[in-house]
Design a protein around this ligand. Sequence first.
Ligand SMILES: Cc1cc2nc3c(=O)[nH]c(=O)nc-3n(C[C@H](O)[C@H](O)[C@H](O)COP(=O)(O)OP(=O)(O)OC[C@H]3O[C@@H](n4cnc5c(N)ncnc54)[C@H](O)[C@@H]3O)c2cc1C
Length: 482
Amino acid sequence: MKLLVIGGGITGLAAAWEAVRSTEHGPVEVVVAEASDRWGGKLRTEHTDGLLIEHGPDSFVAYRPAALTLIDELGLADQVISVSGTRTVFLRSRGRLHPLPAGMGMVLPTRLWPFVTTGILSWADKLRAGIDLLLPRQLQDDTDVTIGAFLRARLGNGIVQRFADPMIGGIYGASVNELSLDAVLPSLRTDELAHRSLMLASLAAGRKARTSGTRGANSPFRTLRGGLGSMIDALVTQLTAAGAELRLNSAVAALSPTAGATEVRFVDGATETFDAVIFAAGARASAALLADSAPAAAAALSDIPLATSTVLALAYPATAFATPVTTHGWLEADPAPISGITVSSAKWAGRAPDDVVLIRAFVPGRLGPIADADDDELVAAVSAHVGEVLGATTPPTQVRVARWPHVMPKYTVGHRDRVAAVETALAALPQWRVAGSPLRGVGVPDCVADGRRQAALALAAACDLADHRGADNRVFNQGSRQ
Ligand SMILES: Cc1cc2nc3c(=O)[nH]c(=O)nc-3n(C[C@H](O)[C@H](O)[C@H](O)COP(=O)(O)OP(=O)(O)OC[C@H]3O[C@@H](n4cnc5c(N)ncnc54)[C@H](O)[C@@H]3O)c2cc1C
C-alpha cells in the first residue's frame, strides 16, 4: 500500500502519523509532499531574543481530545501547559474593558447574575435578551441560517454585536452574520428544539455542569512549552524514523486515477504511482488538483469562501507600562483596528523574558481597509490602539507581522451541503480523501482528528480496491484457463 499525503501542515502530518502506525492493511509506504520549504503550514513558531512567537495558532482546546492524544503518542505529554494564573479575559465594549461575566459561554450565560450585572451590555440589550425566555421556537424547519440572524431573532442585536460576533468571529475569522448555524454551532438548534429558549437551555447546562463538577472556571486552552512548532518538529522526526518519506519543495502538480491506482505528477515533472491519496493542501490547492478528475468536488471546495487574517507580535519593555500587564487579553466589541489581543507573556509561561510584555494582535480581513494596509501603517495603527488601551508609554521594540491571505475557510450558510457535495463527488474515488480545515473543523484538534480519520478511510478503501482487483484477476485467470 502506498499513500501520498499532499500538504505538510498539521492535517497532512497527522494523516501520515495515522498511516505509519496503522497495522490493519499491512505495511504502508507513506510519502508526504509539501510545496513549501518548511513543515507545519499555518503552525509556525519563531524563537528570537528569548521570545517565543507564534505566527499562526498559539493553542488548542482540550475538550476536543485529538491534539492531546497525538501529543501523548509523540511523547510530549509533559510539555503541555495550561494558561498561567487565573483566566482574566476582557471584552472591550462601550469604551471600556469589562471582564467576561463568570459562566459566559461563547454566546450565552450559564449563570444569570454575572450576566445581569455585566457592563458589556446596556440594560435595553439585557431586557431584549430576556425576551428569549418568552419567545416560541424560531427555527421552523431544517433550513440552515446564519448564527447572527438566529441569535438576533431570539436574543436581540446586543448579544450578537457584543458577545457572539467578537467571540465566534474571532475563532472563525468571519462575522456571525455569514457563519452557518448548522456547521458552526449546531448545538444552538438542538437547544432550541429541546428547551425552546436558548437562555433556559444554557442556564440548565450550567446548573448540570456545576452539580456534576464538569465545568470549572479554568480555561480549556492548552499549548506546548516550546510552542506548537514543537509538535511539528516531533512529527517530522518520528515520521522519518518510522520510514515515512517527507519531501519539502515538492508540490503536487496533477493527479489522475489509472486502473485502481493514482498517477501523480510533481512540479519537477517526476511521476509516481500511489494507491491512496490525502488532499491536505487547503481548499483552493485541493480544488485545483481535483478539477480534472472530480470537477464537482473541486467546484464545491472552490465555493468555500476564505478569510484573510494578519497576526502582529508586539514586544514591549515591561517598563513601558505603569502597572504590570496581567490580563490575558481582550476581544473588541467596539470599532477598533484589531479584533482582539492575547498577552502571550501573561497567558503562557516561557513566552518572553520577565522584563518583556509580548502581545499578539489580530487583524482579520473583516475589519475592512486597515486589514489591507501596508506593514508600517498597520503596525502604527495597532500599536497606537493597543498602547492606548494598556497605557503604554513607549512603542514596541520588536514587531513581527504574519499575513495569512485567503487561507481560513469560512463555514458560511450551506457549508454542510458543500461538504456533502465533496463526499458525493468523491464516492467513485474512495481512495482519495479531502482532509483538514476546509470541511470538518478549523481548529488544530479538528484538523488532527480529520487527518487521521481520512487516512484510515483512504487506506481501507485502497485495500478494498486491491482485494477486488485480486478477485477479478483470479476470476479472469480461471476464465482464461477454462
Ligand atoms: C492566524 C491563524 C490563527 C489560528 N489560531 C488558531 C488557534 O489558536 N487554535 C486553533 O486550534 N486553530 C487556529 N487556527 C486554525 C488552524 O491553524 C488551521 O486550521 C490548521 O493549522 C490548518 O492546518 P492544515 O494542515 O489543514 O492546513 P495548512 O496548515 O494550510 O497546510 C497545508 C499545506 O499544504 C501545502 N500545499 C499547498 N498546495 C500544495 C501542493 N500542491 N502540493 C503539496 N503541498 C501543498 C501548503 O504549503 C501547506 O503547508 C489559526 C489559523 C490562522 C491562520
